[in-house]
Ligand binder design. Structure first.
Ligand SMILES: NC(=O)c1ccc[n+]([C@@H]2O[C@H](COP(=O)([O-])OP(=O)(O)OC[C@H]3O[C@@H](n4cnc5c(N)ncnc54)[C@H](OP(=O)(O)O)[C@@H]3O)[C@@H](O)[C@H]2O)c1
Length: 265
């Protein structure tokens, strides 16, 4: 299928950097109409300029998705501006890097759940009536952490598993409506997310973890997400290690545990 996003109205959470920014630019080449959502307004304005140069049309919505009211406002502002919603991309996310027993500020668990799980849930809930009108798409950026153990990222992994459980259930409820739910599970992607992760005290980690340095490029990651969304795939697991892991977690779970630990050494 070519140009599924031509003049498609897409809400992109987490559009101010990384994967969300790159997705927005690539979708703009298909002349998409985009609501760009994140907290940092200056960065969103820069992304909007780039998108418009690439052929897109943008509405910048500088709101924090940890507020339910904000999520409702994101949906209503999008409909007021563009008249409909074709696609919601739940991309905004934050992470952590600490062993459970070393965590000194338990609020990091709540913060991660509020962005990665509740923010996505609320945006999904409020956009549902509009997505049913257009037989639209819900796309969520999960992670290997949404499928496998993630040592040093227990809260992140919990939030991604929660999102996956919610969206897999919703997919069944939406059967017959024409709305598709696509969950994407990338491995490491070179976005700088690790340096923005919470450390044990709840501060920003402020350095890039080694395994992010050799990770997939943003360009390739975004292209693969768009392809999966265009084809309305149920789920897309990136890389042969991820695909193999799906089998191994049933057949040899200890091996998956060991591999997840080795990843971080
Ligand atoms: N990079 C990886 O290795 C990797 C691998 C697998 C999955 N992922 C997932 O991919 C998604 C994008 O991550 P990324 O790697 O592109 O990281 P990133 O560059 O740090 O992007 C995260 C985005 O989320 C936004 N965000 C964070 N908190 C928010 C809030 N409360 N309200 C609204 N927006 C918020 C950030 O914008 P503001 O700070 O401006 O609000 C930013 O635009 C995440 O869900 C992540 O879990 C990443």
């Amino acid at each position: 299928m070519k140009h599924a996003f031509f003049h498609n109205v897409t809400i992109m959470t987490g559009a101010s950097s990384g994967i969300g920014r790159e997705l927005a630019i690539q979708l703009s080449r298909q002349h998409a109409f985009l609501s760009l959502v994140a907290r940092r307004e200056a960065q969103l304005n820069e992304v909007a300029e780039e998108c418009e140069r690439a052929g897109g049309e943008c509405l910048v919505i500088p709101l924090d998705i940890t507020s339910q009211d904000n999520c409702q406002e994101i949906i209503s502002r999008t409909v007021r501006r563009f008249g409909k919603i074709d696609t919601l991309i739940n991309n905004a996310g934050i992470s952590m890097h600490s062993k459970v027993e070393d965590v000194q500020n338990l609020e990091i668990y709540r913060s991660i759940m509020q962005v990665n799980f509740f923010g996505g849930l609320w945006c999904t809930y409020f956009s549902l009536p509009y997505l049913k009108e257009t037989q639209g798409r819900i796309v969520a950026i999960s992670s290997y952490a949404g499928l496998f153990p993630s040592p040093f990222a227990s809260g992140y992994s919990a939030s991604k598993h929660a999102m996956v459980g919610f969206l897999n259930s919703l997919r069944v409820e939406l059967d017959g409506t024409g709305v598709s739910v696509t969950i994407v599970h990338p491995g490491w992607v070179k976005s700088g997310i690790s340096s923005r992760s919470f450390d044990a005290r709840g501060n920003s980690l402020n350095h890039t973890l080694d395994h992010e340095k050799n990770a997939m490029s943003l360009d390739e990651c975004a292209a693969r997400i768009i392809d999966a969304a265009e084809k309305r795939k149920r789920q897309e697991v990136f890389g042969s290690i991820g695909k193999l892991g799906l089998w191994l977690r049933t057949l040899a779970p200890k091996l998956v545990d060991e591999e997840s630990m080795r990843e971080l050494k």
